[in-house]
Design a protein around this ligand. Structure first.
Ligand code: ADP
Ligand code: MG
Length: 574
């Protein structure tokens, strides 16, 4: 996993080298100060040569300035490195999310995914910058200061070194604990985000049911869990910080007492003693660093693991190696013994065979849950059949690239999904490079022109999140305009008008009829009046396709369709 983590540094090699180099030099300079003080006290002080003392001070000042500049570079450019890595990961993750299949989104919550792409990646950025640098410098400081202490007084140095195993133990112990806690923390945060996302998204339902108290209780549960995990993390942090603080003081005290003993015995000069004390401080500094690492590293690693979980999820449906661009299709569709189930067990579609000619309008009717929507969603390969195959114009759809296949298919559903921008943006979603004239033409054909002209902002009118500022009929017209612009040879109308009142439905039916002219059209509708004129009606039941034919024939056949017809119109023949 660490190897994969470091592979993200590749594009920023120069930045990494700059940051790392500066950090190492700054670390070495830190090591030099105690030695300088040592020399100052032992060599310069007894000589009482003011010129030399001023010269040395000036040199020291120069080094301080240099160190300041280095620290600026490490802080700014180093963080730039982290931010760049984080940004690149975010871009990759978003790209991957665009590719993941319907099945993935059936089983994942929006809020969870949001939390991964925002919070988790934030923490990765922090670690990407500080992680390798801090670890390296911690070791460098530890070893460097130890060597210098050895050169001053080896016995005292060895005694001081005995503290290292304890340091390592503390680091390992708390690091493991923290990684686990942070994984839990991010999970809790994701749950919390998902809850808020769902609540805000459905706030109109919440208020309509007057279920605010219920929602508050549920939220309190998530919030409480988040609090508990967060406290857990702080508890561990407090523990490791206290132990570290104690260790540092103990080392200083120990050096002071032992050092004094050696000074009294004449084994250590005053300058060496002061230098050694300062070095011992530097020696314990990695403990502080380790503290910082214990705080940030587990967060980043937990975040990175969650990042990898998404990146390692392969889309169920992808372009096959031999897939080619489908170009513009005519729309001859053949379902050949297609079987499908969402979870591999319960079959929704069983051995369905069906031929649809280019330009034909085929209506699907049948009880709710029979699999009409499912059947239609196999055509753009939102899901892959478990058995059998689907072809268009004689070519298996698996042999076409996904984007070229989907370019040929337009879908208008009952619950239109609109984006929060302007009317223009939403219409042109059907063809991103459409010009003004094409957009207006599409609006006109969808009978939306009058409405748009009546708006003070015209085409630039903002329609609110998911188009909340529009009526059901207006939303549907927008979806139709979008489809006119897309102009696909194959059209799927899935209960497109079911949510509308009868009058609006009739009006929209006209637009839909115009839209489906010259296209292969699959219509799903439960109001038979809207599909009477279809070229063919296919009755789908749990057992599969139970009958098909023209309206008049089916009404007379005395099967499922005629019963449905009777139920809706109250007469056997009409
Ligand atoms: P229809 O459109 O005919 O009303 P659907 O095709 O929507 O029926 O649904 C057929 C069956 O598949 C139903 O039993 C439904 O519960 C199930 N189903 C639909 N969508 C999903 C999904 N995304 N995941 C799992 N099961 C689903
Ligand atoms: Mg349906």
């Amino acid at each position: 996993m660490l190897r994969r983590f470091f592979s993200y540094y590749k594009p920023y090699k120069n930045l990494f080298i700059l940051d790392f180099g500066c950090a190492v030099i700054a670390g070495l300079l830190e090591l030099g100060f105690p030695i300088a003080v040592n020399q100052f006290v032992d060599k310069l002080l007894p000589g009482k040569d003011w010129n030399l003392i001023i010269l040395a001070s000036a040199a020291l000042l120069g080094v301080y300035v240099l160190n300041t500049v280095l620290n600026y570079i490490v802080t700014y450019w180093g963080h730039m490195l982290g931010v760049n890595i984080e940004t690149r990961m975010r871009r990759k993750m978003f790209g991957h999310l665009q590719k993941l299949s319907f099945r993935f989104y059936d089983n994942n919550k929006t809020g969870h995914l949001m939390s991964r792409i925002s919070n988790d990646l934030d923490n990765i950025g922090e670690v990407a910058h500080h992680g390798p640098e801090d670890v390296f410098i911690a070791f460098m400081t530890l070893i460097g200061s130890f060597l210098l202490m050895l050169s001053i007084h080896w016995k005292l140095a060895v005694l001081t070194f005995l503290v290292v195993p304890v340091l390592v133990w503390v680091a390992l112990h708390y690091n493991g604990k923290m990684t686990k806690t942070y994984r839990g923390l991010f999970g809790a945060l994701a749950d919390f985000n998902a809850r808020v996302e769902e609540n805000i998204g459905g706030i109109r339902v919440v208020q309509a049911f007057a279920n605010e108290e219920h929602e508050k209780k549920q939220f309190a549960e998530n919030n409480g869990k988040y609090r508990t995990t967060k406290l857990q993390a702080y508890k561990i942090m407090a523990g490791s910080m206290s132990i570290n603080y104690m260790m540092m003081r103990l080392v200083s005290l120990f050096v002071m007492v032992c050092g004094t003993w050696f000074v009294i015995r004449g084994e250590l000069s005053y300058g060496e003693f002061i230098g050694f004390l300062l070095l011992a401080n530097v020696f314990t500094r990695p403990i502080e660093k380790i503290n910082a690492i214990i705080e940030s590293y587990p967060k980043g690693i937990a975040g990175f693991k969650r990042y990898l979980e998404i990146m390692d999820t392969a889309p169920d449906v992808t372009d096959q190696a031999d897939a080619v661009d489908a170009g513009w299709l005519k729309g001859d569709i053949v379902f050949d013994r297609v079987s499908f189930g969402y979870d591999g067990e319960a079959k929704v579609l069983n051995d369905i065979s069906l031929k649809i000619q280019a330009g034909e309008t085929v209506a699907f009717v049948g009880p709710s849950g029979a699999g009409k929507t499912t059947l239609c969603s196999l055509l753009p390969r939102f899901y892959e059949p478990n058995d059998g195959s689907i072809s268009i114009d004689g070519t298996d759809i698996r042999k076409m690239t996904l984007s070229s296949l989907r370019r040929n298919i337009g879908i208008v559903q009952q619950d239109v999904y609109l984006f929060s921008g302007s009317i223009r943006e939403n219409i042109s979603y059907g063809k991103l490079d459409a010009n003004e004239q094409e957009i207006w033409e599409a609006a006109r054909r969808a009978k939306l022109e009058e409405f748009i002209l009546a708006q003070p902002e015209g085409m630039d009118t903002v329609i609110g999140e998911r188009g909340v500022k529009l009526s059901g009929g207006q939303k549907q017209r927008l979806a139709i305009a979008r489809m006119f612009l897309k102009n696909p040879p194959i059209l799927i109308l899935d209960e497109a008008t079911s949510a509308l009142d009868t009058e609006t439905e009739l009006a929209i039916q006209k637009s839909l009829a115009e839209l489906s002219e010259g296209r292969t059209t699959l219509v799903i509708a439960h109001r038979l009046a809207t599909i009477k004129n279809a070229d063919r009606i296919v009755v789908v039941s749990e057992e599969g396709i139970s009958e098909q034919g023209r309206h008049e024939d089916l009404v007379g056949a005395g099967g499922h369709y005629s019963r449905l017809h009777q139920a809706q119109f109250g007469v056997l023949n009409s």
